[in-house]
Ligand binder design. Sequence first.
Ligand SMILES: *[C@@H]1O[C@H](CO)[C@@H](O)[C@H](O)[C@H]1NC(C)=O
Length: 270
Amino acid sequence: MRSFISAAAGIAALSFPFVHAQTFTDCDPTQEDCDNNPGLTESPLVCDFAADGESAFQGWTATAGALTYGSDGAEFTINQRGDAPTIQTDGYIFFGRVDVTMKAAPGTGIISSIVLQSDDLDEIDWEFIGGDNANVQSNFFGKGNTTVYNRGGVHPVADAQGTSHTYSVDWSQESMKFLIDDALIREVPFDADIALGGANYPQTPCNVRIGIWAGGDPDNSQGTIDWAGGETDYAQAPFTMTVQKVEITNYNPAGAYEWTDRSGSWESIE
Ligand SMILES: *[C@@H]1O[C@H](CO)[C@@H](O)[C@H](O)[C@H]1NC(C)=O
């Protein structure tokens, strides 16, 4: 999503910080010395919000807003303009698998998203456009490179808003796989041309962010609003994304990850 948000950065970000809620970095290790990334050590981390409600909220921090809980799981709701509830794992994974069972939110311009992101802005995304109940988008970025927007994919899914599906990312050093209900729908190899032969392949420790935001907010750039499917009509709120369950497996569990140089390469991570 950052590709569109970058265009909206600056002015819009100042008045609507929630636009950046899921894609930011406090310290970019390719630019400056940063603290080590804490590892996600409880692997797999299994959070069954449908079965266990709020008590399943372990290993996460709410970075914007708050969740509510219903019989169907954790609810991410936009009740009014400015709402963008978002959660983020406390631990990072260094390659791994993320499975999220969820229903996307309806509503023109409303974006439900699952984002893996590293401190130098490697990113792997699932994104749902509220006005489109029949598709989900996959995308990725390497080292925050948004020069061109040729990495996104659009994938059919039956009733993304009314029916629970499991959306997975299986991310390794060899390839990144996107799966819906365990069926492989996209695979990007490390050395793919669109990953610039590996240079822009996501390869540094990522945390996992789940949230909802209004890409169709009238103050966003026209590019963002168009991508989001049009302007959001807040009179139609509430808009709710519901997450039944999240499971995260860290392929290289460690207490912490150290970036040993400024390269942003997987080989530099200890
Ligand atoms: C960013 O991506 C563009 C287009 O794919 C590429 O030409 C450029 O070299 C990349 N920049 C870096 C720093 O990798």
